[in-house]
Design a protein around this ligand. Sequence first.
Ligand code: ADP
Ligand code: MG
Ligand code: MG
Length: 481
Amino acid sequence: MSAGGIPEDVLRDDNLIKGLEELAKDTAVMHGVVMRTKDSPNCPEVVSYAPFTLFPSPLPKTLFHQALEAQTHFNRLIDRISQSPHFLEEALSSTIKVDDFTARLFNIYRQVQQEPQHPVPIVLGLNRSDYMLDQSLDGTMSLKQIEINTIAASFGGLTSRTPDIHRHILKVANRLEERQRILDNNPAAGLAKGLSKAWELYGSERAVVMFLVEDEQRNIYDHRYVENELWLRDIPVIRRQFEDVCRTGSLDQNKRLFVGGQEVAVVYYRNGYMPQNYKSEQSWEARLLMERSCAVKCPDISTHLAGTKKVQQELARPGVLERFFPDEPETTARLRATFTGLYTLDMGEEGERTVDMALAAPDRYVLKPQREGGGNNIYGQEICSVLGSMRDSMERTAYILMDKVQPRPASNYLLRPGAPLRLSLCLSELGMFGAYVRCVQKGREMVMNECVGHLLRTKSSEHADGGVAAGVAVLDNPLLI
Ligand code: ADP
Ligand code: MG
Ligand code: MG
């Protein structure tokens, strides 16, 4: 039998689908693929299944492996960018003149750079590189990077439990051949491996790993999977907010970070990636305090900046990847193969050309500000009104323009609390989780550099933007074809 997706007659078997709906939701709860509710994000008594697809979605094996094999190289790239002050300064110089959030982050970066003994003995990166599959006119598909998230990349926890949901659904539906093609996946373990390696290198048994979290904790179970992996290794974990760090945080004379009297070995940011996360000036002071400390920051401020969309656009310029991998033409070719068109909106002729191009064919592009978390990008006619209105203004340099990736839709059912079940045309986005640790005393090379798992998110093709937390995409598993 040729390996494909779930056949159309199965998807349209109403009796089967009706029978599977409740079973699927129960199975998700039983496997702990759960979230708190929007109305009660801080209440562990009100929990629901996390949105997910009824069936796994088809994904070509070769492209999956291409993403997997690129990951350790993207890890090295991010790490090298984070150590390149001239590049960061140059790449972000126009952005920080108009984008206040990036400017504030950059300001912290500069302050940390100027610290007398700039303490970064251990670097820990946990990132997720996201892709969509672009379908060309002749039907061939290619892997195209959407972005790299270097801070608070989520769903590594929950997605470690989703393979068993789809395996169970497919068993009940008697789709045993497809069932065998669901991959094992455990990013929670891999992310925890990175955190524990950094904790060990820090070298103090009493020191804790601190998850820096939001006050709204809807996605807490996603964190808990990683947290529990650390407790299994006897590594103590605390969860704190910016406010706690403001009130009870301090540095000793050796710049060791203490929060509420406990020494912090690793700060794992699951917050701090968007302006709303900094509710007051004190939150910014807390961020600066943590960055100045000798605790391992995941990510440190330079790695955070390396994940901005402006940096992504600058990397796509001819010759830039080569600067980071001067002796590795294979690496630069491998990474560049995943890039789609990215265009500057800086003041000057090149930026003018980008504006003209976007206005002439807005449906071919996505206009992106320096924001994270989904729901911030601009598409279609709105590109014309937004870019048109700031055509001659510096404001435009807060954005980048990117080719819109055109994936091939596939039919599936999206299960989400409160929504009626219907067959939808869906688009998927593949993420690869990267984890790396570098120890400055042990030289330039990394002591850990791995791809630690994947995430497939699927949304209805009616939506231009994505994001599970933003309420658009749902969790999924690849069905390799
Ligand atoms: P964020 O940091 O907010 O997640 P992304 O760059 O990932 O920003 O964009 C959010 C969503 O918008 C993606 O998940 C994807 O669904 C859609 N998107 C972003 N860039 C593109 C693109 N170049 N082509 C098609 N869709 C895109
Ligand atoms: Mg992002
Ligand atoms: Mg994204």
